[in-house]
Design a binder for this molecule. Structure first.
Ligand code: 3PG
Length: 407
C-alpha cells in the first residue's frame, strides 16, 4: 500500500516547516479553544522536545468572514496545550518572517501569520503551480523538511498544503497520521447492518456533493443544521433562505440541483426534520412543527425535540453511525437539544461511531459526554467526509508523492 513518512522517519535537528489546522470558532473576535489545539500540541511538543527548529503555519477563516482573524491568539492557546513557548510573527513570508525563522534555536517554536493573508495561498491550484508561487519559493529554502499535520484541511489544494511537499522532504505529523489511519479504515470497512449518517453543520456545500457519492454505503441520512434546512427548502417548506444570516442563499444556489436530485432519487434514504427550534420574543427556546411554518421570519437554530425522537430509533437500529456537523447552534445551551440528543443516543449504543465535522466534537466535552463512548472523534470536517467516500485528499497525496520521490 502507498504510504507517507511520519515523524518516526524525520532526521534529527531539522529546520521544519509545519502545517497545522488551527481553524477555530471565533466569538466576538475571541478565538475559542478546541480539540484542534490539544491534538496538534502533541506534534508540536514532540518536535520541540526532540530539538528541531520549528515554524508553524495555519489558517483561520476566509477573507471577508468574521472568523478571518490573525493567529496571534492561537499562539497563546497552542503554547498552553503544548507546554512550550510559541512565538508569533505577524507576517507570512516577508522579511520579518525570514529574520524570525533564521533566529530559531533548537526547540524553538514560531507561529507565522494566517496563511490566508497571503494572496498566494487560497486559489485552488495544481501543486506544481503552488510550488512556483512566491510564498513557497521564498519560504522553502529556509527549511530542511516539511511536516503536514493538517489532516482536516487536506482536501484543499492550497499553497501551504500542496506546494511545499514538492520542494521539501515531507512527513506526516501525529494528527495527520492517526486521522488518516482511522478515517481510511472507515472507507474500507464493510458493515453487515445499517449505516446511518447524521448530516448537519454550516458548511452545507461540503457535505451535499458527497451525499451523492455515499448513497451506496449509507442506508439513511438524518438531517439538521444548514444542510437540513436546504433540503427542507427543496421539499417545498418555506425555510432554508437567508433572513438574518448569510448561510443559506449562496449555498442553495451552489447546490440546488444536487439537493433536488438527491431528494428525488433517494427520498426514502433522507430523513428531514419534522420540527425546528427558534428564539421567541422572551428569548426562550420555542419549537414549531414543519407543517405550521408559513414563512421564515427569523433564524431556526436547532432541530426540534420531535425530530430528535424520530432520529433515536434509527440510531439504535444502526450498526454504524457517522456524524458530520452539528444539528443546531449547540454552543448556546437552548439550542443544544438536537446535537446533544443525537450524540447521547449514539453514545448509548455500542455501534461503530465516528464523530467528525469541524467543531461538532466540541459538544462532546461541553455537555459532559465521554470521548470514549465513540469509536473515533475526528477534528476534521470536509476532509473527514471525503475520506468516508474513499476520495483521495490532495495534501495526503502530496505526502505520499514526497515519500515515493525520495525512496
Ligand atoms: C476546516 O475547518 O474544516 C478546515 O480548516 C478547512 O477550512 P475551509 O473550509 O475554510 O477551507
Amino acid at each position: 500500500m502507498r504510504s507517507f513518512r511520519t515523524l518516526d522517519d524525520l532526521p534529527a535537528e531539522q529546520r521544519v516547516l509545519v502545517r497545522l489546522d488551527l481553524n477555530s470558532p471565533v466569538e466576538d473576535g475571541v478565538v475559542q479553544d478546541n480539540r484542534r489545539f490539544s491534538r496538534h500540541a502533541v506534534t508540536v511538543s514532540e518536535l520541540a522536545e526532540t530539538g528541531h527548529r520549528i515554524a508553524l503555519m495555519a489558517h483561520q477563516g476566509r477573507p471577508g468572514r468574521d472568523t478571518f482573524v490573525s493567529l496571534e491568539q492561537h499562539a497563546d492557546i497552542l503554547a498552553e496545550h503544548a507546554g512550550v513557548d510559541v512565538d508569533f510573527v505577524a507576517d507570512t513570508f516577508g522579511d520579518e518572517t525570514l529574520a524570525a525563522v533564521r533566529d530559531l534555536d533548537a526547540g524553538d517554536v514560531l507561529l507565522l501569520e494566517n496563511t490566508r493573508m497571503t494572496d498566494d495561498e487560497l486559489p485552488e491550484k495544481e501543486p506544481e503551480e503552488h510550488a512556483d508561487s512566491d510564498f513557497v519559493r521564498t519560504l522553502a529554502p529556509e527549511f530542511d523538511a516539511y511536516v503536514n499535520d493538517a489532516y482536516s484541511a487536506a482536501h484543499r489544494k492550497h499553497a501551504s498544503l500542496v506546494g511545499f511537499p514538492l520542494r521539501l522532504p515531507s512527513y506526516a505529523g501525529r494528527v495527520m497520521q492517526t486521522e488518516y489511519e482511522a478515517n481510511t479504515a472507515i472507507a474500507e470497512r464493510e458493515f453487515d447492518g445499517d449505516v446511518t449518517m447524521v448530516v448537519g453543520g454550516t458548511k452545507a456545500t461540503d457535505v451535499i456533493g458527497v451525499m451523492e457519492a455515499l448513497d451506496e454505503k449509507v442506508d439513511r441520512f438524518l438531517l439538521g443544521g444548514v444542510a437540513g434546512e436546504l433540503f427542507l427548502r427543496a421539499a417545498g417548506y418555506p425555510v432554508g433562505e437567508d433572513v438574518d444570516t448569510e448561510l443559506f442563499d449562496e449555498q442553495w444556489d451552489a447546490n440546488e440541483e444536487t439537493i433536488r436530485s438527491v431528494l428525488e432519487e433517494r427520498r426514502e434514504q433522507v430523513t428531514l426534520a419534522s420540527d425546528l427550534a427558534y428564539e421567541d420574543a422572551e428569548g426562550e427556546r420555542a419549537e414549531i412543527d414543519m407543517d405550521d411554518i408559513v414563512e421564515k421570519t427569523q433564524a431556526f437554530l436547532d432541530i426540534g425535540s420531535g425530530t430528535v425522537a424520530d432520529y433515536e430509533p434509527a440510531i439504535r437500529d444502526s450498526e454504524a453511525v457517522f456524524v458530520k456537523g452539528a444539528l443546531g447552534v449547540f454552543e448556546d445551551e437552548r439550542f443544544s437539544v438536537g446535537t446533544v440528543g443525537v450524540l447521547e443516543a449514539i453514545a448509548d449504543t455500542d455501534c461503530f461511531s465516528v464523530v467528525g465535522g469541524g467543531d461538532t466534537s466540541r459538544a462532546i466535552t461541553m455537555y459532559g459526554m465521554a470521548e470514549d463512548d465513540f469509536s473515533h472523534v475526528s477534528i476534521a470536517g470536509g476532509a473527514y467526509i471525503r475520506a468516508l467516500t474513499g476520495e483521495p485528499l490532495p495534501a495526503v497525496e502530496l505526502l505520499i508523492r514526497s515519500a515515493e520521490r525520495d525512496a
